[in-house]
Design a protein around this ligand. Structure first.
Ligand code: ATP
Ligand code: MG
Ligand code: FE
Length: 346
């Protein structure tokens, strides 16, 4: 089926068009620059930016794919989780579009969309069951996906900051601009990842029972800030490269350790990465090393499919159609805390 997908859960306005698992267009407009001076995504600013970017993005996706609105079989849209005001803009636009072209609408889960992104990676499409580690500015979630449209379970998630958020906050501590992830990746070049042993949140023996698959990054952020403050108070220079490399190592270590543990515990020999933090060079490297050692097949879709996008939402919509799911009605809304188990909202 030919599906147009709309994604507005955070700061990316995404409009994608797919035919089944074939990617036809993936247009992404980001309001990231507008948030830079605040050091993080400002919900009101993001919502307004979606309103301005959606129309042109839909036109651009249609033009890029050579598809006309009449050709579409359905519209898919992110219903949640995400920023409520931002989601509402996409949901409203998708409903209006579906009504005007008299086509069904599928309201889908953003997190499961990230997993569905892998369907569009032509090299080797998604295989299930798989463990999925989703890491971005807004979420850090570990899922087990037994069936993309009908069996998704949340194993764990962050209990405070998201991984990308930790990068953004630590960058600020180091005087680096927003977004912090790419800045820290760059600053870490030539640094010694073993220079400073920063804490690995929720990896103590006492955490194994209740928080085996959960994450915590706020203690790490505080530890970096304290380390830097002490250096400055002593009048000593801050070795930015070592701090960046050691911090990055701590984040990558925790993420990969828990993801591989999930693969081993559950006997699932596949790990899929998704979300904007996948851009991190050390995370990808460490994941590959440990996956190889554990006999786990690692899947990392191209970055344009890892960051928030509309194509992954369209791909999930197409899967729902192919699995025979009925469309959503028009009464669904934006659900900022939609659980990962709810692949589709009726
Ligand atoms: P959502 O949480 O809804 O997926 P988001 O906009 O917060 O949306 P993305 O756009 O997928 O998330 O990713 C942005 C985040 O990824 C930022 O926090 C940014 O610092 C982080 N990031 C980007 N590149 C890197 C990198 N090379 N290393 C680490 N983090 C990175
Ligand atoms: Mg973003
Ligand atoms: Fe996302």
């Amino acid at each position: 089926p030919l599906v147009l997908g709309i994604e507005t859960s955070c700061d990316e306005t995404g409009v994608g068009i797919v035919r089944g698992t074939e990617l036809l267009a993936n247009v992404i407009a980001s309001s990231m620059d507008e948030h830079a001076r605040y050091g993080g995504v400002v919900p009101e600013v993001a919502a307004r930016a979606h309103l301005e970017a959606l129309g042109p993005s839909i036109d651009a996706a249609l033009a890029a794919s050579g598809v006309s609105l009449d050709d579409l079989d359905a519209v898919a849209v992110t219903s949640g989780p995400g920023l409520a005001g931002a989601l509402m803009v996409g949901v409203g636009a998708a409903k209006a579009l579906a009504l005007s072209i008299e086509k069904p609408i599928y309201a889908v889960n953003h997190l499961v969309g990230h997993v569905g992104a892998d369907l569009l990676d032509a090299d080797a499409p998604l295989e299930t069951p798989t463990i999925a580690l989703l890491v971005s500015g807004g979420h850090t979630s570990l899922l087990v996906v037994r069936d993309l449209v009908s069996d998704v379970e949340l194993l764990g998630e962050t209990i405070d900051d998201a991984a990308g958020e930790a990068f953004d906050k630590v960058a600020r501590v180091l005087g680096l601009p927003y977004p912090g992830g790419p800045e820290i990746d760059r600053a870490a070049i030539g640094g010694d990842p073993r220079a400073i042993r920063f804490p690995r949140g929720l990896t103590q023996p006492k955490d194994q029972a209740a928080h085996r698959y959960d994450f915590s990054f706020s203690g790490l952020k505080t530890a970096v800030a304290r380390w830097v403050e002490q250096r400055e108070a002593a009048g000593e220079p801050v070795p930015i490269a070592d701090v960046a490399a050691s911090f990055r190592e701590a984040v990558a270590d925790v993420l990969v350790t828990k993801a591989i543990a999930a693969c081993t515990d559950l006997g699932v020999p596949r790990l899929l990465l998704g979300g904007g933090v996948v851009a991190n060079a050390r995370l990808r490297e460490l994941a590959q090393e440990r996956a190889d050692a554990a006999g786990v097949a690692l899947r990392v879709p191209p970055l344009s499919l890892c960051t928030d996008n509309g194509a992954m939402i369209a791909a999930l919509g197409a899967q729902l159609i192919m699995a025979g799911h009925a469309p959503s009605g028009l009464s669904f809304g934006a659900d900022s805390t939609l659980p990962a188990t709810e692949v589709q909202v009726a």
